[in-house]
Write a protein that binds this ligand. Structure first.
Ligand code: ZN
Length: 260
């Protein structure tokens, strides 16, 4: 078997293996979403406030410990090591804070607890700490889930038609090109999407997650986006004032130090 089995593949099937268009399934699956839900044990759908908050405390405790070590001990390291320590800190802290981001994402899906208001408060606080506009993204992200893969209605990661693929794409279709694409996506992709709708759904006018009047939102959704913005401005005001536990640094330095 093994390699011998592969040689028995008929030529027609072998051709379909290398032709990605022929591999893409387009038939309706022989099961429905409700059938899948029925076979998942009921306890998997029960939301526990205690368990959800335990994840928040767990992640924030680790994030605080990392921040404490970085700000109190990195300057004691010899020069080359301290320059190496900060990028390692950014990567590790990024992984931990991604966990916090995911908890706020679950709040947006009302999966954190049985209480919608509690979910929105926790999601707003956690996402705002990561500079994510909670309500704005909650609404666009919900539409992404209900229209995933749609050329017309998906909100992000909209599939590209062949005619719309850029001329330089062929130069990125190799390992270094993919690494470059991944690096740009992982560093700039998220802020570019939020601020400029890069890779987002095409609208007939400028779309931005920080603009309550933008075409992404309905009138009902705009009110909650205003609440986010007021809360965000309050956060900026606190950050730009002098924080009491870092008397030698202006607030905006501490703010950038924590978020970078
Ligand atoms: Zn989601």
């Amino acid at each position: 078997m093994g390699a011998g089995g592969r040689t028995d593949v008929p030529p027609a099937n072998r051709k379909s293996e290398v032709d990605p268009l022929k591999r893409v399934p387009f038939e309706k699956p022989p099961f429905s979403l409700s059938q899948i839900k029925k076979v998942i044990p009921p306890h998997c759908f029960q939301r526990s406030v205690f368990r959800s908050f335990s994840y928040v405390v767990y992640d924030l405790t680790i994030a605080f410990c990392l921040y404490y070590v970085a700000t109190h001990y990195f300057h004691l390291l010899p020069s080359p090591l301290s320059f190496l320590a900060w990028p390692i800190y950014w990567a590790v802290q990024g992984c931990i804070l991604t966990g916090v981001w995911v908890i706020a994402h679950e709040c947006g899906h009302h999966a954190f607890s049985d209480y919608q208001l509690l979910d929105d408060i926790v999601g707003l606080v956690l996402h705002s700490g990561l500079l994510v506009p909670y309500f704005s993204w909650k609404y666009s992200h919900r539409r992404h889930h209900s229209n995933t893969g749609s050329l017309e209605r998906d909100e992000v990661f909209v599939p590209k038609q062949k005619s719309c693929i850029k001329w330089y794409s062929k130069y990125l279709n190799n390992p270094p090109g993919r690494v470059l694409t991944l690096a740009v996506t992982l560093t700039l992709g998220w802020p570019l999407y939020l601020a400029l709708n890069v890779s987002g759904r095409p609208y007939d006018r400028f779309a931005c997650h920080y603009d309550p009047y933008g075409p992404i939102y309905s009138d009902r959704e705009r009110l909650q986006i205003y609440i986010y913005q007021m809360q965000e401005y309050l956060q900026y005001a606190m950050a730009f004032s002098v924080l009491p536990w870092q008397k030698d640094l202006p607030g905006w330095c501490v703010f950038m130090e924590f978020h970078c």
